[in-house]
Design a binder for this molecule. Structure first.
Ligand code: CO8
Length: 257
């Protein structure tokens, strides 16, 4: 499917999705989100791809939901459009997503970044939930994911004042993994995606699932979930290969089985 608002490339084993609406700082219209989800689901089915890099431009990862589109919205229209079904599909992406964030990651853009599994930011990245400035509030997980990541008080400040934080502050509060100069963030993110791509794919998938489980289960239930995934991996060829390679002091050759 040809995409209008994103650029999709593959550098196997890494798939790359780049938001491409420069005139509106990669604002997330309904169509952009639909395209991102479609591309992620295609990568999930593509055996040559093991991890995805999600990025925008140096100026903007994304300045949030498309305000022009949102300004026309009605409650019934929003219900009928059911955009949140797309966010739910995004959340269920099986392969790891490394976010390479530079410039603005505001509103829905910050929420999109928080749907990534790892975030590499450029020194110029800014994270914010400025919805309050236009009379609304975060609607795609911001109040929940931000709070669970950086805590109640910092989230309250960001969400109630609309004031963004810098990449360095985001790093200090655990919202990003690493901050690097703007010339290096894409390369750094790609390096991480490559590194993950070398691991046993089924183990990567089940480990990602188990980490995400920690967001919505009590500890005991999460531990049971982890245990089931752990047991399951002992039925894979890659587990046997990984352990055999270790004892034979050679690199493993994983097959994703
Ligand atoms: N939507 C639509 N257009 C945008 C957006 C946006 N979010 N952000 C920027 N643009 C457009 C501007 O209108 C402008 O277009 P034009 O040149 O035609 O006037 C162009 O991009 C460049 O923007 P600026 O001139 O404003 O650039 P500055 O560098 O001066 O400022 C800012 C950059 C600070 C990022 C500024 O553009 C801004 O504040 N943007 C809005 C940020 C914002 O409020 N984001 C939150 C939106 S609401 C949201 O995300 C809710 C998500 C809920 C989930 C979805 C549920 C349906």
């Amino acid at each position: 499917m040809p995409y209008e608002h994103i650029l999709v490339e593959t550098e196997p084993p890494v798939g790359i999705i780049r938001l491409n609406r420069p005139k509106v700082l990669n604002a997330l219209s309904f169509d952009v989100l639909r395209e991102i989800v479609d591309a992620l689901e295609k990568f999930d089915k593509d055996e040559t791809i093991k991890a995805t890099l999600l990025t925008g431009s140096d100026e903007a990862f994304s300045a949030g939901a498309d305000i022009k589109e949102l300004s026309e919205a009605t409650p019934v229209g929003l219900i009928e459009r059911n955009q949140f079904a797309l966010w739910d599909r995004l959340k269920r992406t099986a392969k790891p997503i490394v976010g390479a964030v530079s410039g603005y990651a505001y509103g829905g853009g910050c929420e999109l970044a928080m749907n990534c599994d790892i975030i590499i930011a450029s020194e110029t990245a800014k994270f914010g939930q400025p919805e309050i400035n236009i009379g609304i509030m975060p609607g795609a997980g911001g109040t929940q994911r931000l709070t669970r990541t950086i805590g109640k008080f910092r989230s309250m400040e960001m969400i109630l004042t609309g004031q963004p934080i810098t990449a360095r502050e985001a790093e200090k509060h655990g919202l990003v993994n690493k901050v690097v100069p703007v010339e290096a963030y894409l390369q750094e993110a790609k390096k991480l995606a490559m590194q993950i791509s070398q691991k046993a794919p089924v183990a990567v998938r089940l480990a990602k699932e188990a980490v995400l489980k920690a967001f919505d289960t009590p500890l005991e239930e999460g531990l049971q979930y982890e245990r089931r995934n752990f047991y399951l991996l002992f039925s894979t060829e890659d587990m046997k290969e990984g352990m055999k390679a270790f004892t034979e002091k050679r690199p493993p050759h994983f097959k994703g089985r």
